[in-house]
Structure formats: C-alpha cells, structure tokens
Design a protein around this ligand. Structure first.
Ligand code: C5P
Length: 232
C-alpha cells in the first residue's frame, strides 16, 4: 500500500468544506471527515465529497457493545468510505464485530483502524481515572496488537510510535499518524510532532494533516509540499 497525505477537514459546515476543496481543482486529496462535520451535515456530506472524486477517512471513533458497532459499521460501509475507525478500548469482540459489519457482500471493506489511547489521556489520567497500571507505551502497543489480532488494518498513532507499532504488529499493519508540522511551521496545540519527511523516515503509512494545510495562506501549495516531503 502506498503512502498518502490525508487532509483533516475540520470545518464546521459542508459549505466551508466544499469551498475549501474547490481550491484544489483537479487535485483530489484524501479527506478526513470528523465528528463535527459529520454530525452537522449527516451522511450526505460523505456522498458529496466522494462524488468529487476524493477518498474519505470517516473519523467517528466508534465504541459500544459489539452488536451495536457491527450494525453501525454496516451502515457506514454502505456510504462507501475508504477508511474508518473505532476505539480499541471497546475490546477484541467489538473490533471483530466491526470488521464483520463493515465487510460488504463481495468481501471487500474500507480500511479499519483503531485508536489506542487518545493523546489527550496523560499517564496520570490512565492510572488515576482509568485505573490502568500498565505504563502508557505498553498499553498503546498492547491495544495495537489486540486490533491486529481482531483483523483490523492498523492504528492511529503518533509518528513517534510508528516504528514500534510496525515492530510489534508487522510492516503491513498500517500507521496513520496525526501530529505533523512543517519544520518552519507553528506547532499549535500539538506537542509531539514530526515533519512529513521525518514521518516518512519513521515509517508512517498515512499522515493526517489539518491546520498546516487548512490554515495555510496557500493550502494547495502546503498540500503539495506534504506530498513532496512524504510521498515522493
Ligand atoms: O490541525 P492538525 O494537523 O493538528 O489536525 C490533526 C487532526 O488529527 C485533527 O483532526 C485531530 O483531531 C486528529 N487527531 C490528532 N491526534 C490524535 C488523533 C486524531 O491530532 N491522537
């Protein structure tokens, strides 16, 4: 599978998103649609962006009992997205049910990846609130391994974890990595970042890039810079 750049379209409305994508003309970046946009616009926004020829990562992070997740995934599968995700914390049975629900009658399905521990969860929260005594890095790797054994294709992780995930779960297990910034760019609220070039060296399969592209003076130029640094 080839490396690619996924543009996080964290806009509050479909109109803003489509206006943003208009700027790319014939270039059709892989687009991430998150909860804000999906809940504001509903499933029709997926169809509208697909129609324009973009691949879509639908980032809804499902987490519920296996039967509910299976049925929800089967609905998402009908939207013809290219990638979607869930929380590994839902457990192996939930993840296996998700794979089943997502698989179409012809045996094909979108790429399914797992969120391990959210990057907003710090080690203190892990220990004191979630009551998980295992240190964060081992928790993340162990969740990644559960995802792999449940038949998922990869995990969302920091590019700093990509190498360790591949070591533990195999080179073909995908690492989809946010937290990417240009060397001369603003980090914003991201703490542990890598440049697209560093993420490539670290073995990331997909980088998810939001503000360095969406807030750039010239988003198309910023996107092309990501492609040059990460894909070429
Ligand atoms: O604007 P920025 O490049 O920071 O956007 C990164 C995208 O990746 C956002 O949509 C954010 O919600 C998502 N993300 C993240 N860190 C995670 C998981 C998802 O930044 N651990």
């Amino acid at each position: 599978m080839g490396r690619d750049v996924i543009v996080a379209c964290d806009f509050s409305s479909g109109q803003k998103t489509l206006e943003f994508l208009d700027r790319f003309g014939e270039k059709k970046p892989f687009v991430k649609i998150g909860m804000e946009l999906y809940y504001a616009e509903g499933p029709s926004i997926v169809g509208k962006i697909k129609e324009r020829g973009h691949k879509i990562f639908l980032d809804l992070k499902l987490h519920d009992i296996p039967n509910t997740v299976k049925k929800a995934m089967s609905v998402l599968s009908g939207l013809d997205v290219d990638m979607t995700n869930l929380h590994a914390a839902g457990g192996s049975k939930m993840m296996a049910a998700a794979v089943e629900g997502l698989t179409r009658p012809d045996g094909k399905r979108p790429i399914l990846i797992a969120v391990t521990q959210l990057t907003s969860t710090d080690p203190e929260t892990l220990k004191n609130e979630l009551l998980i005594e295992t240190p964060m890095p081992e928790t993340v790797m162990s969740y990644a391994e559960n995802a792999m054994r449940s038949g998922l294709d990869g995990v969302v992780c920091s590019p700093l974890e990509a190498e360790a995930v591949h070591k533990r779960c195999g080179r073909n297990f995908l690492t989809v990595t946010p937290g990417v910034r240009f060397a001369d760019g603003d980090k914003g609220d991201q703490k542990r970042v890598m440049t697209p070039e560093e993420a490539k060296k670290a073995g990331s399969d997909y980088i998810v890039v939001g503000r360095p592209i969406t807030a750039a003076e010239d988003p198309v130029d910023a996107y092309e810079r990501c492609l040059r640094e990460f894909v070429d």
